[in-house]
Design a protein around this ligand. Structure first.
Ligand SMILES: C[S@@+](CC[C@H](N)C(=O)[O-])C[C@H]1O[C@@H](n2cnc3c(N)ncnc32)[C@H](O)[C@@H]1O
Length: 377
């Protein structure tokens, strides 16, 4: 389990709660709630809607669900669910029902309380789904931090849901309310595809998946090195996104058994869709896992891990996200196992890897990226 950081005390109209971030960073005071959460909680409290009538969307660390005790949380993120579970436990709350972003919310809420995601395709996908679910006159309360909001937020809400009000700002956050009207909302799946030359196939990715429309430059550099990677039987594509690294490794015979792992439900679903379309005959050799890195991964140890790690933590560029994912790698490698990691040159993961691997070296680099090879003897 990742270390637990200082607890932050959050006063809300629903009571006072002790909240932690997840993943937590030791010796650092990170606040597990923000003023967008406060705006949403104050407005919901004024309206008096009881928890079982509320659907919460995109709660980041559980501040909304712990206070509101809603009917469900609709989210794409396993990290957000882990944060919520820690905070429910700490505040003696019952566990909120989770509905993954890849599923439709099961019941019709009286009120939707939504943290606006930074990724616009995800936001539009969620609004389009909600628009088809919500009866007329249902309200969607949406809030975000100013620095992450598009100038078109109100117009987007209006297009999918109905008449939208832009409310007051508070501590660099903004609240909107949109009321579902009778107009038919546009369909928006947010799915994107691109042609992957190495696979000679189209790769698809759902709305919240990294690099949905084109091959990431770091991933491209790692793929260019695959012909020099000694083949292995088992491989983990860690932080897999649409599954590009593992799928190309399978195609090139670098490995025959692949596990695709990511914290995003949409990433894991995209990798699954791509694998079953491109390699239908290999389904018994391919597995999928959604979670925080490999912390709760229970597949067999692999001989090889390929990783293009995350460099954002929630909304912030932060190498802690990558270090967190890498910490468990060596435990899930067999003796003699190897990890190949691609990272921007300014992000140095070698000290983290040296703590758990026997040998760590720079494998190759170009003007933008380093590939690091870490070995377990
Ligand atoms: C830089 S992208 C790489 C995606 C893909 N492998 C590629 O090369 O295009 C990093 C991925 O890490 C995932 N991620 C972020 N934090 C994670 C965590 N704690 N555990 C597992 N995956 C995580 C993100 O959802 C994202 O898909």
């Amino acid at each position: 389990m990742t270390a637990v950081a200082h607890t932050s005390h959050y006063d809300t109209p629903y009571g006072a709660f002790q909240l932690n971030c997840y993943p937590a960073r030791p010796d650092e005071r990170l606040i597990a709630w923000c003023s967008a959460d406060t705006l949403l909680l104050e407005e919901t409290h004024q309206r008096g809607t009881p928890g079982p009538g509320i659907l919460v969307v995109n709660d980041l660390h559980g501040a909304l669900c712990v206070a509101l005790e809603p009917q469900a949380l609709w989210t794409d993120s396993a990290l957000a669910v882990l944060a919520l579970r820690h905070n429910e436990y700490a505040n003696m709350r019952t566990q909120t029902r989770i509905v993954w972003s890849t599923e439709k919310p099961p019941t019709v809420p009286e009120l939707v309380v939504l943290r606006i995601p930074k990724q616009r395709p995800l936001f539009e996908y969620q609004l389009s789904q909600l628009a088809h679910l919500l009866p007329q006159r249902t309200t969607v309360l949406a809030a975000g931090m100013d620095k992450h909001l598009s100038p078109h937020t109100a117009a987007i809400l209006e297009r999918y849901i109905g008449p939208t009000q832009r409310h007051r700002g508070y501590h660099k956050a903004r609240l909107f309310s949109a009321v579902r009207n009778e107009r038919r909302a546009p369909e928006y799946s947010g799915t994107a595809t691109y042609h992957c030359e190495a696979l000679d196939a189209e790769l698809c990715a759902l709305a919240n998946v990294f690099s949905r429309e084109k091959l990431d430059m770091g991933a491209r550099f790692l793929l260019e090195q695959l012909p020099t990677v000694a083949p292995a039987e088992t491989l983990i594509d860690l932080a897999c996104g649409n599954g590009i690294l593992g799928l190309v490794a399978l195609k090139q015979g670098v490995a025959s058994h692949i596990a695709f792992c990511d914290e995003s439900a949409m990433a894991v679903r995209s990798a699954r869709l791509n694998a079953s379309r491109i390699f239908p005959q290999d389904s018994s050799n391919i597995s999928f896992f959604q979670g925080d890195g490999l912390i709760d991964y229970c597949g067999k140890p692999a001989q090889l891990i390929l990783c293009n790690p995350p460099f954002h933590l929630q909304h912030t560029v932060d190498d802690f996200a990558g270090r967190n994912v890498l910490e468990q790698c060596s435990q899930h490698l067999q003796p003699g196992g190897r990890l190949y990691l691609v990272a921007n040159r300014h992000l140095d993961y070698q000290p983290t890897l040296r703590r758990t691997f026997d040998r760590v070296e720079k494998f190759v680099s170009n003007a933008r990226f380093n590939i690091v090879l870490a070995r377990k003897l």
